[in-house]
Design a protein around this ligand. Sequence first.
Ligand code: E4P
Length: 231
Amino acid sequence: MKLFIDSANLDHIREIHGWGILAGVTTNPSLIAKEGGDFLQTVHDICELVRGPVSAEVVAQDVDGMVEEGRLLAKVHEEVVVKVPLIEAGLAATRVLSSEGIKVNVTLCFNATQALYAALAGATYISPFLGRLDDIGASGIDLIEEIVQIYANNPDISTQVLAASIRHPGHLIQSAMAGAHVATVPYKVFKQSVKHPLTDRGNQGFLDDWATVPDRDIVGQVQRWLSSRVV
Ligand code: E4P
């Protein structure tokens, strides 16, 4: 499973990208509004930084408007994936944009039928929202499992399941186990899930023990060792 970050904050994206595990980014109008910068400049900067798929969402609610916005957003950077909402107009716009070779992430998916429609319309990604389903007492992970199975049953479908609305590290692991192709993860969840108290305690224990060694300079030791072997 690939990992995207769900953010429009360049500092956060840069930090997680620095871990070497990031394959792409998803944004949405709420995340862009929260950062307050210029929309297109932000999208362009993220694309340049990550050099992987970056979802940028249309806000038009009619087919022509979505297609027009989608075509223009795709010109901002070659890494842009046009994000459209899973409404009737969004499916029609997905068909038009995908037939022009523009990658589309169909977002706000809450049932398996919607996911099937998006795939048949040519979506590159389908984004089922785990957290928002859990919030209403449904099971986001059950939906991921259903979509993965439906797509696997239909070899003609190449749409990737992009687990979204991830709220905690458990969602991330459950998505991977359910066979999602991608999970888009908020910065906070990346930071939570990298930490474990036993890692910190073990690391400190190694450092404490190493502090008792007389020559602790590994770089110097290796350089001397290598030069002593040069013939
Ligand atoms: C995905 O593309 C969405 O931007 C995001 O995952 C929504 O998450 P939320 O439900 O936490 O707002």
